[in-house]
Design a protein around this ligand. Structure first.
Ligand SMILES: Cc1ncc(COP(=O)(O)O)c(C=O)c1O
Length: 376
């Protein structure tokens, strides 16, 4: 972290600042007195704005004050959701490779994560329902999946969502859908999110959606997210919030309302830029020896698999030290992740171009050295 001049493709964020209209909304909110405590479940005005968003984007009707809870980020939404559902000794199924925080939060709840790797089938990631069936035990309480996926870029089809829902209904599990990347989609019409699980679940289902303002509006530092869930769990989540952070910052919540109201043109521009970045990176990787990478349908990551790689951590460390290119090692993303590295393409082209060039040269050198029998 202390190294200078690093091309940082390891974090899940763009180097674009939050748009000015959102910053100005926060300043206005402070001037207007939004510097006090709010409800633990968040400002009613923001919860109503989110209900409007779900009605516009997903044609889903929500009760804003009973089914939506504002949290201090997506990660805190995951934390509250998981802690509301799991008792010590419980088990939770997690589809991996996945952003590791869900697994860590399950462990911090004194429960056991059971990782089930998503297999690659015909050039696309899928879900191994036989492996899921085998992984269920009487202590299983929850299934966590992420769509669009970090790091895979996989987007669950409606059929896969339906199967996940049926699976969790049949086994009496909570279905926890991390949808923080729902707006970063390359497979839907302009401005359309990928379909939320809320479209097919009904409001009495044991379903929890975790969401955030971080990715869609370049608001990673603002710490505002939300949960949509069944009214009884939402009430508990609001109560639990009290003992963790009480509520998200008041002026961040007001600024988030502005993001929802006026953010669509910004999102459209960002997706056009991300799509171009994705295509540029795919093309740059396509020519590299021993690298295979599926085309992501959403989010802003590539997860190239490198032939023969068995220590992605060591590989990323050497890449960083020798070329100053920072990637995330696949092993960090759990079962199925080793052998790959994750690259975030949300940054500017001025960063991606030299970083990929250096990555390519490094791979060429690594390849030549391993061919000559010396192991680095
Ligand atoms: C899959 C996933 N879920 C949730 C989050 C949490 O984002 P935040 O805590 O910034 O809202 C991230 C951030 O990288 C993520 O990748």
């Amino acid at each position: 972290m202390g190294m200078d001049g690093v091309y940082k493709l390891y974090f899940g964020e763009s180097n674009l600042p939050t748009p000015d209209f959102i910053k100005e909304a926060a300043a206005r909110a402070m001037r207007d007195g939004f510097t006090f405590y709010t409800e633990n479940a968040g400002l009613p005005s923001l919860r109503r704005a989110l209900a409007g968003y779900y009605s516009r984007m997903h044609q889903v009707s929500l009760d804003p004050l009973r089914e939506i809870v504002i949290t201090t980020s997506g990660v805190q939404a995951l934390n509250v959701a998981i802690r509301c559902v799991l008792d010590p000794g419980d088990e939770a199924l997690v589809l991996t490779p996945a952003w590791p925080n869900g697994t860590s939060i399950i462990e911090m709840s004194n429960a056991t994560p059971v990782q089930v790797a998503q297999p690659m089938m015909d050039g696309r990631y899928g879900i191994d329902f036989d492996a899921l069936e085998d992984a269920v035990t009487p202590r299983s309480r929850l299934l966590l999946y992420t769509s669009p996926s970090n790091p895979l870029g996989w987007v669950a089809t409606e059929e896969e969502q339906q199967q996940l829902l049926e699976f969790t209904r049949r086994h009496g599990l909570w279905l926890l859908a991390d949808e923080v990347y729902e707006r970063l989609s390359y497979i839907t019409g302009p401005g359309e999110p990928v379909p939320s699980i809320l479209r097919i679940a009904d409001r009495s289902d044991a379903v929890i959606v975790v969401q955030s303002f971080s990715k869609s509006y370049c608001m990673t530092g603002w710490r505002v997210g939300w949960i949509v869930t069944r009214a009884d769990l939402a009430a508990r989540a609001g109560e639990l919030n009290e003992f963790i952070v009480s509520h998200a910052p008041s002026f961040s919540q007001k600024a988030a309302e502005t993001a929802l109201a006026d953010g669509e043109p910004f999102i459209a521009e960002m997706i056009a830029r991300l799509r171009a970045n994705r295509d540029f990176c795919l093309e740059a990787l396509a020519g590299l020896p021993g690298v295979s990478v599926p085309r992501p349908d959403g989010a802003f990551y590539l997860f190239p698999r490198i032939d023969g790689l068995s220590d992605s951590f060591g590989f990323c460390r050497r890449l960083l030290e020798e070329t100053h290119v920072g990637l995330a090692p696949g092993v960090a993303f759990g079962a199925g992740g080793e052998g790959s590295v994750r690259l975030c393409y949300a940054g500017e082209r001025a960063i991606l171009e030299p970083a990929l060039e250096r990555f390519g040269s490094f791979l060429g050198i690594a390849e030549a050295v391993s061919a000559s029998g010396s192991h680095r």
